[in-house]
Ligand binder design. Structure first.
Ligand code: HEM
Length: 426
């Protein structure tokens, strides 16, 4: 086999398949051979160029003109006619949001919509997150066993995401149901028989997002990022368009929810697997903010992100033609020994931990990163204070097969409730 420039493809590049369990379990481990020997390769399974070293990935993120984000939300597995007809029957039309918008449209829109992410605005969410964290821990603290994903990590970021967007309480349960379908539809490989069911869920999600948006338009003064967008649209209609608002209403939930839920599960799993670190942060909570960064670096929730080239270019010395799709395995860049000393070591005192690529980099870098950090820090603080004796139960970890959003579907933990510190304090 040859790549699109005619160069022969190595056996390992030909075998690369991100829907395999090996990639799901450990993306940077799965591409270690590439990081060391063939850092830019063409994957015929995916039809993408794959990039695995830190500097190459950062250079791509830095130049969003040559490496356009237009494909960031494109379906990685094209669906069949039947599923496409189902999507069309719902008028499904997710379009440009922020994350997949090219310049010159992107930056003015990003600036126009940034204010709700400012530290002053995020401070309003802090108390809510703290209350939620306390309530969820209350609900299982005496049980001695819990699935932290189902019983806490999936729920809190979803509630925070819906609050952040300004979704009315009565619509939260329905939007909750739909959000996972979008991930499978966009970044997954649903089997042909699943594609139609996924298409119905995505179609319903799309329509429901539109209905909720209509409600928001009627009460534009309510708090919420979407209402902020509705108000901004009045002043800058050519910057914040109707199509943008509808697409963002759907994509925003996933951007804010699954990323953070997965990041929490990955972080706590990693810390419980490194008991001495868990105990260190239980003893000294001031380590938590940097611990969060180190967890995002070593075991982040964004395994990879995409771009498409707008002209002939080179990446890491390899010629890549215009119109090529690129998968940047950012989780691999985070473990690049050329950038991080002893990269696989979990070192919560590492002073450059926050230089990870899990939030992307450059013009499109995650706008919600500080909200995600806030949630992770508060939840870790609550867990380490109230359940310092937490241990991971024996279990096999499973992941939703997709290239980008990564976190275990369940995280079972155990502890002896009789040893809960709050019982001793009572
Ligand atoms: C963009 C990851 C949480 C909103 C992105 C990008 C990544 C990412 C990889 C693309 C960056 C690029 O192209 O350079 C994450 C991770 C999160 C997280 C790992 C949690 C741990 C959130 C939250 C929100 C959010 C909580 C919203 C409240 C956004 C938005 C963009 C974005 C609006 C688009 C920015 C732009 O293109 O200008 N995020 N995200 N994210 N994220 Fe996040």
């Amino acid at each position: 086999q040859a790549d699109p420039t005619g160069c022969p493809i190595s056996a390992r590049a030909a075998a690369f398949d991100p829907f395999e369990d090996g990639y799901q379990q450990d993306p940077p481990g799965y591409v270690e051979w590439s990081r060391e020997e063939e850092p830019v390769f063409y994957s015929p399974v995916l039809g993408y160029w794959v990039v695995t070293r830190y500097d190459d990935i950062k250079a791509i993120f830095r130049d969003n003109h040559t490496f356009s984000p237009a494909v960031a939300l494109e379906k990685i597995t094209p669906t069949g006619e039947e599923a496409n007809a189902v999507l069309a029957s719902y008028d499904y039309g997710i379009d440009r949001t922020l994350v997949n918008e090219d310049e010159p449209a992107h930056m003015p829109r990003r600036r126009a919509l940034m204010q709700p992410f400012s530290p002053e605005e995020l401070a309003h969410h802090e108390e809510k997150v703290r209350t939620l964290a306390r309530e969820y821990v209350d609900s299982f603290v005496d049980d001695g066993r819990a699935d932290l994903v189902d019983q806490m990590f999936w729920e809190i970021p979803l509630t925070v995401a819906l609050d952040f967007l300004g979704v009315p309480d009565e619509d939260k349960p329905t939007l909750r149901k739909y959000s996972i379908a979008h991930t499978v539809n966009t970044w997954g490989r649903p089997k042909p028989e699943e594609q139609v069911a996924v298409a119905h869920a995505v179609g319903n999600f799309w329509q429901y997002a539109g209905t909720v948006l209509e409600k928001m338009r009627e009460h534009p003064d309510e708090p919420g990022w979407m209402q902020y967008g509705v108000r901004t649209r009045k002043e800058l209609p050519e910057v914040v368009t109707d199509s943008y608002l509808h697409s963002m209403m759907m994509a925003g939930i996933v951007a804010a929810h699954e990323t953070t839920a997965n990041a929490l599960a990955n972080a706590v799993k990693l810390l419980l697997e490194h008991r001495e670190i868990w105990e260190a942060i239980c003893a000294d909570p001031s380590l938590i903010p940097n611990t969060v960064e180190e967890c995002l670096r070593v075991n982040g929730s964004q395994a990879a992100w995409r771009r498409i080239t707008t002209r002939d270019t080179t990446v890491g010395g390899i010629d890549i033609p215009a119109g090529s799709r690129i998968l940047m395995v950012s989780s691999s860049g985070n473990l690049d020994r050329r950038r991080f000393e002893d990269p696989a070591m979990v070192d919560v005192r590492r002073d450059d931990a926050a230089d990870h690529l899990t939030f992307g980099y450059g013009a499109h870098q995650c706008l919600g990163k500080n909200l995600a950090r806030l949630e992770m820090q508060i939840i870790l603080d609550e867990l380490t204070r109230r359940l310092p004796h937490l241990r991971a139960a024996e279990q096999e970890f499973t992941y939703v097969p997709n290239t980008s959003f990564r976190g275990p579907e369940h995280l079972w933990v155990e502890w002896n409730p009789e040893l809960n510190p709050e019982r001793a304090d009572a």
